[in-house]
Design a protein around this ligand. Structure first.
Ligand code: AMP
Length: 412
């Protein structure tokens, strides 16, 4: 696996634009890989609607005030052009000779893409072939790539895949126990997502422990609005909680996570729901929002503190699922050196961390209440010195990882 640390700074162009194109949004960040500094970041959302919004934040020289533009931005091409205009206004235009490459987050790389890959026509065709297994994500990524190529046809464009880090999972972890011919005909298997974050955070955790990645076994809990766990043995992913799609696994902001698949037939046969309606129910109206009406953990904790029973039950279900995964992945790894929390909830919610680890002393897991209460943007331990297994908080940085992997690939 290529790493940000592999990105040796030469004398040539050293800036990388990272693009994360969703179905109706584009997030971007411009980084300088010479010193890993951030030059600008931005978000275009509600693309195609009358209420489109672009927020651009200059980050050079101590940063500037975010600039906001509202009003219809018709499509991804217009969105990227608008972002390029904002960058140009800061003297960071896409025509700059300092720009070395564009790194694209691509959600699904299937089994074909196990590493970041320079985008050629053949690569783009392969990403298109994966649309049937990632119908919600890959089309937007492809649009982002095509648009960026049209703007700077001469510039290397690199795809960094969310699934790549998980391609090391052994077959017995990746395969569902269903008919092999049916599974293979439709490429049904467990792929896993958030791989860029799991890769970055597991490596940073080894650094925090002062050990080499190949010497440590880590359970990573990426708890954002989407959430996934992974078991990483010696730097290689051996198990992860998301599957064919990001629906499997942990309870998330709006996704159910693990569920008896028979619930879906039941909803079809008994409730008369269509496949699309069930898809929306499980992906958008379930998880925390389905259980209590809120998907923001801050709001849920505020309601719990006020004695709201629905919020308390939602919190307990969320934490119970986390505990089950920590236990399962401890068994998968055999020896665990660290359990690490990351992303919006993992980095910020001390109550989630405390509750998820509570009662796991037999697994060597203990949280120190004072360390857990510290608010910080730095990687840190929250377990006491005597604990057999480290518990840590390590902020994720998917943009830096994508930029690092992109730069490492083209800078030679
Ligand atoms: P992400 O997808 O990583 O951006 O995480 C977004 C989620 O993080 C939000 O939906 C919140 O539930 C959660 N979050 C963000 N800030 C906090 C905070 N200070 N305390 C608790 N949860 C937070």
């Amino acid at each position: 696996m290529t790493t940000t640390e592999g990105a040796a700074a030469g004398t040539g162009p050293s800036r990388v634009l990272v693009l994360n194109s969703g179905s109706s949004s584009v997030k971007y960040q411009l980084l300088d890989m010479r010193d890993h500094s951030r030059l600008a970041s931005g978000l275009v959302e509600r693309i195609g609607e009358e209420t489109s919004r672009l927020v651009h934040t200059p980050l050079t020289g101590g940063g500037g005030e975010p600039r906001e533009r509202t009003g219809r931005i018709a499509d991804h091409e217009a969105a990227l052009k608008a972002a390029a205009d904002e960058l140009a206004a800061d003297g960071l235009g896409l025509d700059s000779p300092e720009l070395a490459a564009i790194g694209h987050r691509v959600v699904h790389g299937g089994l074909r893409f196990t590493e970041p890959t320079v985008i050629t026509d053949e690569v783009l065709k392969e990403i298109e072939r994966l649309v049937p297994v990632a119908p919600l994500h890959n089309p937007a990524n492809i649009t982002g790539i095509r648009t960026a190529q049209a703007l700077r046809p001469d510039l290397p464009q690199v795809a960094v895949f969310d699934t790549a880090f998980h391609t090391t999972m052994p077959e017995y972890a990746a395969r569902y126990a269903i008919d092999v011919e049916t599974a293979d005909a439709h490429r049904i298997r467990r792929y896993g997502f958030h791989g860029t974050s799991h890769a970055y955070v597991s490596r940073k955790t080894a650094e925090l422990l002062g050990r080499a990645p190949q010497d440590v076994n880590v359970i990573v809990l990426h708890l954002g609005n989407g959430a996934s766990a992974s078991a990483v043995a010696g730097g290689r992913c051996v198990e992860t909680s998301m599957g064919l799609t990001p629906l499997e696994g942990l309870v998330m902001g709006t996704r159910s996570g693990d569920i008896d698949p028979a619930v879906t037939f039941h909803l079809k046969r008994v409730a008369g729901m269509s496949a699309d309606e069930i898809d929306v129910l499980l992906n958008k109206k379930s998880g925390l929002v389905g259980l209590c009406g809120d998907n923001d953990m801050r709001e849920i904790r505020r309601r719990v503190d006020e004695g709201d029973e629905r919020a308390a039950l939602a919190f307990d279900i969320y934490v119970h699922r986390l505990k089950k995964y920590i236990g399962a992945y401890s068994a998968v790894l055999g020896r665990v050196d660290a359990v690490v929390f990351t992303a919006g909830v993992g980095e910020n919610s001390a109550p989630v961390r405390e509750a998820a680890i509570a009662g796991l002393e037999e697994l060597g897991l203990v949280v120190d209440a004072d360390l857990n209460a510290v608010r910080s943007g730095a990687p840190r331990l929250i377990s006491p010195d005597y604990a057999r297994v480290a518990v840590a908080v390590v902020p994720t940085d998917e943009e830096l990882e994508i930029a690092g992997q992109t730069f490492a690939l083209i800078d030679n």
